[in-house]
Unconditional design. Structure first.
Ligand code: ZN
Length: 100
């Protein structure tokens, strides 16, 4: 497996772990939302708060990734063709004969 294949595999595994963690955390919160709370220092409540913080952090990461993806999409689909037209307009690319 070449380097690009390893990178794709690693990226896919990271995405699967990310999505699995998101859904398992949500399932944990839903499953234990109506537990028999013992009050201050309840271990289930502590785990629920940790899970909520994890979901908040994941939502921030998702927002950042969505914004970065939108910026890259705009860059490659809007600005890059314009830049290529500016810098790649030469007599050779225009197929202009320059005979003396
Ligand atoms: Zn509790």
């Amino acid at each position: 497996m070449n380097r690009q294949g390893k990178t794709r595999l690693f990226t896919m595994l990271l995405c699967v772990c990310f999505i699995t963690g998101f859904f398992l955390t949500t399932a944990f919160i839903i499953e234990h939302s109506d537990h028999d709370c013992i009050g201050h220092g309840c271990p289930v409540c502590v785990q629920i708060h940790l899970a909520e913080n994890l979901l908040k952090q994941l939502s921030i990461v998702i927002s950042c990734v969505a914004f970065a993806s939108a910026c890259l999409f705009a860059l490659f689909n809007t600005f890059l063709p314009v830049i290529q037209n500016i810098f790649l307009v030469t007599p050779v690319t225009q197929k202009i004969r320059m005979n003396n």
